[in-house]
Design a protein. Structure first.
Length: 210
């Protein structure tokens, strides 16, 4: 205008999506981060980005970014229960109409079932270990929940760095002659990994009458 040229600069780089999963008893709240592939910095100002998490027949699409480089998705353990204890899922950045961002890679999201292994189940205490079922590696800092079915009795314990957690079973069952004692576990958070406790980390610990 008026003889003055305006300079316009556009970022030219592929985009990748990465995912942080925060876990609850029902499932996962996942935050998707959109990053430039050339330097790993956040993709800001793009209000059209979303991401699809896929494996086989499973597909979940995130919210659309508001320009802050973030998007979100909720995933229940039941809907993401895959046909294998280990799998590699794909997280693909999308643009309008759900099309993949051109020349941008999918990120591998490692899926694995976790398991709750009982080490001690005495009248006094319950000692368990939380592991990744496919590799048998301990899952540190997981949340272990024990509860008496049909009552309000419930306790949460954090697993240690080796995946072990101990519950005061005697206190939880005090005064009860009939009960079902259950236990489950779930991670705190993971990055580019999705863990599922539904199949092997929810167990009936004790029951009276047997």
């Amino acid at each position: 205008l008026n003889g003055q040229a305006k300079e316009f600069k556009a970022r030219v780089s592929a985009v990748k999506a990465e995912m942080e999963a925060c876990y609850y008893e029902w499932g996962v709240n996942a935050t998707v981060f959109f990053l430039w592939c050339d330097d790993g910095s956040p993709v800001l100002g793009r209000r059209y980005l979303s991401a699809a998490l896929e494996y086989g027949d499973f597909r979940r699409v995130s919210t659309i970014s508001e320009g802050d480089g973030l998007a979100f998705m909720e995933i229940s353990y039941l809907e993401v229960q895959l046909d294998s204890i280990e799998a590699t899922m794909a997280l693909t950045p999308l643009i309008e109409r759900g099309e993949p961002v051109p020349q941008s890679p999918a990120t591998e999201i490692r899926y694995q079932d976790i398991a709750l292994v009982v080490y001690e189940n005495s009248e006094a205490r319950l000692k368990v270990k939380v592991i990744r079922w496919g590799t048998m590696e301990p899952l540190p800092n997981a949340v272990v929940v024990a509860w008496v079915e049909g009552t309000g009795r419930r306790v949460e314990v954090a697993a240690d760095s080796q995946g072990f957690a101990t519950v005061n079973k005697a206190q939880l069952l005090r005064g009860l002659s009939e009960y079902e004692l259950w236990a489950t576990a779930y991670p705190c958070s993971t990055y580019n990994e999705l863990l599922n406790p539904l199949r092997y980390a929810k167990i009936l610990v004790d029951k009276q009458p047997p």
